[in-house]
Write a protein that binds this ligand. Structure first.
Ligand code: NAG
Ligand code: NAG
Ligand code: NAG
Ligand code: NAG
Length: 477
């Protein structure tokens, strides 16, 4: 980004920046510096995980009160620092980013009036500009869409460019906060699984909420892995209420662990004996992942741009030309990976506010599919590891007739023993997997075939909220 003395100056003041941050101004959190191997892990091979040392740092900030610039670093000096950083980063000759000529003019005009600018102006100006250029770079990278998945082709590249990582912020009832940087990361075709574990979790009883945030470095030198110590930008993805770890959200267990699923996509593992946190696993679908992880603020999630209804060419015929991609996996092992094209519904197939989209029919056994391997959700901490039988992560990518992602999710699910909906099944014991959120439902029925020791999917049905369909197509079913 900078050369020679400029770089030295920059390095020096980065240290200072990490200490001084405006109250509530931006979501960057000083004190994120941990031993965790951060986003540099994106350089690793896809589908491989890596381990690091568990770090759980009690952040210096409490209740988001950042330390104000103090007397030993007077405001005018701060302003001087920021103008240097700003001009170093955005001077046309050495810029990493493309700055158009109108912007260049603004830069030099602004340089003339330094004295007039209040303290903090250049900091804000720098951060705004830096974020705008990252946003533009990301928009370019995310533009090409894979017609097969409907998702950006270069999500991994975008993750690398932005230097993106993820943190969880555990909040105590008394307002104290703990920030924890992710430890393991698994990236696949349609989702990313992010894992936290450690030995020094705060006591569960003292905690109220868990915030999941994307974290991007404010300074990004693309030739190097992101620095762990610099100021960072937080983008809230989801907020979870830890009082909700109750019997109704518990989805599975093994000898040591009980797992709870909090919507959307969060898995919380508690030690069975102590009822204390063992690990946290966040599952994020690629659809709008980069935007959600970088473009929100520490307190307000990124808001998707308003949707312009796509006009359905012939509403009389209901939904048609849909494509579903479904994965069931855990720890980089895939139990199911299927694409189903030309899905359709007749207008009549509306039940209780949902449109029913049948993907695998019980009656047609050529459509039935086996799950490959021994299904289980693998977990590990720095001391123990295990596998929770019959559970996995399910990724759903449903594309509309125009190939646009219509409903996407990544969530832990577990099989439950069930009574088959289409009467008794003589093939074997039947199971089901159910997923529900505010937009739709997934219902899968499986049969355990003893002879081959395999689960077979004998029915797969999606139920889509009519309100969602009407919103998407501007229809009135
Ligand atoms: C996803 O995981 C599968 C199975 O481990 C692997 O074969 C595939 O290459 C992975 N895809 C990506 C994009 O990481
Ligand atoms: C807690 O769980 C209940 C039911 O399980 C759900 O209705 C509610 O939205 C959850 N609250 C939060 C904050 O997650
Ligand atoms: C979390 O849920 C509990 C019980 O449902 C509720 O009493 C509490 O107010 C919620 N906390 C937050 C921060 O939403
Ligand atoms: C059964 O499924 C196969 C494969 O999808 C399909 O080609 C065939 O038309 C289906 N048969 C019936 C009666 O729906």
């Amino acid at each position: 980004m900078a050369t020679g003395r400029g770089r030295l100056l920059l390095q020096h003041w980065r240290g200072l920046l990490a200490l001084h941050w405006p109250p509530g101004g931006v979501g960057a959190a000083p004190g994120l510096a941990g031993e965790a191997p951060g986003p540099a892990g994106f350089r690793k091979r896809p589908g491989t995980s890596y381990a690091g040392t568990a770090t759980l740092k009690q952040c210096a900030r409490r209740g988001r009160h950042y330390k104000q610039p103090s007397a030993d670093h007077p405001a005018s000096l701060e302003s001087f620092i920021w103008i240097r950083i700003y001009s170093t980063a955005f001077s046309p000759k050495i810029s990493n980013w493309q700055v158009n000529s109108a912007e260049k003019t603004t830069v030099s005009m602004n340089l003339l009036s330094v004295e007039d600018k209040e303290a903090g102006y250049w900091k804000k100006e720098y951060i705004a500009k830096q974020r705008a250029s990252v946003k533009a770079a990301l928009a370019r990278v995310l533009k090409p869409v894979n017609p097969y998945t409907g998702l950006p082709v270069k999500t991994k590249e975008a993750l690398r460019i932005s230097g993106l990582g993820w943190v969880i912020i555990l909040k105590e009832k008394n307002g104290k906060e703990y920030i924890m940087q992710h430890i393991d990361l698994l990236i696949n075709d349609s989702s990313v699984t992010i894992i936290w574990y450690g030995r020094n979790w705060p006591q569960l009883a003292t905690l109220s909420t868990l915030d999941l945030c994307g974290v991007t470095p404010v300074f990004r030198d693309r030739s190097k892995p992101p620095s762990k110590n610099g100021p960072r930008w937080l983008s809230l993805i989801a907020k979870y209420n830890l009082s909700n770890l109750t019997e109704s959200t518990m989805i599975g267990w093994d000898r040591l662990i009980r797992i709870f699923c909090l919507h959307p996509g969060l898995l919380v593992g508690l030690w069975k004996r102590e009822e204390e946190l063992a690990f946290v696993m966040a599952n994020l679908h690629f659809h709008h992942l980069v935007e959600k992880s970088t473009l929100g603020s520490a307190t307000v999630p990124y808001e998707l741009p308003p949707h312009t209804p796509l006009l359905d060419d012939n509403p009389e015929y209901g939904l048609h030309g849909y494509q579903l991609h479904v994965d069931m996996h855990s720890g980089g092992v895939f139990y199911l990976c299927g694409t189903f094209r030309n899905l359709f519904t007749k207008k009549g197939s509306i039940e209780n506010g949902y449109v029913k989209l049948v993907v695998i029919r019980f009656k047609n056994n050529t459509e039935h599919l086996p799950l490959i391997g021994k299904v289980g959700l693998s977990w590990r901490t720095d001391v123990f590891s295990g596998c929770i039988k019959s559970c996995s992560i399910m990724d759903i990518t449903l594309l509309d007739e125009y190939g646009k992602p219509f409903w996407c999710l990544s969530s832990p699910v577990c099989m439950r023993s069930s009574v088959p909906s289409d009467g008794p099944n003589f093939l074997g014991q039947t199971y089901c997997v159910d997923y529900v959120d505010s937009e739709g439902k997934v219902h899968v029925e499986l049969v355990w075939i003893k002879e081959t020791e395999e689960y077979f999917i004998v029915s797969l049905v999606l139920y889509l909220k009519i309100a969602k369909i009407n919103h998407w197509f501007g229809t009135a079913y």
